[in-house]
Design a protein around this ligand. Structure first.
Ligand SMILES: [Zn+2]
Length: 158
């Protein structure tokens, strides 16, 4: 049987923070603001995974009121959620995702993101798609005030 899930996230860009997306540090004068490391792509993927199995969402599982998750590396959260779905007998058929950022260019970092995420999720690179888009200078993302990501996942169980 199959289950499909969708995830969305947005974080505000601010000075004095590292920009970490897809588990990779990106060279930029601003970073994303959040309780964790604010890895917008990983958060969208986590929500897609949880959504596929109707297991609530990232904010419920890792509340931002909990000091334990302050500045936490989102790859740690992804590992925990993947373990959860794996223990329930599910495996990942494929993931398709988008990072929407006006700046900086995401394309040079995508191979490394795929490497990091495929290792954690135990999938071949052909099963993970990460696409990069701009917002054509429109809205908050287009004005370089925020970065967005979304993801769709298909899970499979025998
Ligand atoms: Zn987030």
């Amino acid at each position: 049987m199959f289950r499909i899930g969708t995830g969305y996230d947005i974080h505000k860009l601010t000075s004095g923070r590292d920009l970490i997306i897809g588990g990779v540090k990106i060279t930029h004068e601003k970073g994303l603001l959040g309780h964790s490391d604010a890895d917008v792509l990983i958060h969208a993927i986590i929500d897609a995974m949880l959504g596929a199995l109707a297991l609530s969402d990232i904010g419920t599982l890792f509340p931002d009121t909990d000091k334990k998750y302050k500045d936490i590396d989102s790859t740690v959260l992804l590992t925990k959620v993947y373990e959860k779905i794996k223990n329930l007998g599910w495996k990942i058929e494929n993931i398709d995702s988008n990072i929407i950022a006006q700046k900086p260019k995401m394309m040079p970092y995508i191979p490394k993101m795929k490497e990091v995420l495929c290792r954690i999720l135990e999938i071949e690179p052909e099963r993970l798609s990460i696409k990069a888009k701009t917002k054509e200078n429109l809205d908050a993302v287009g004005q370089e005030l925020a970065i967005e990501a979304n993801a769709v996942i298909l899970l499979e169980k025998d």
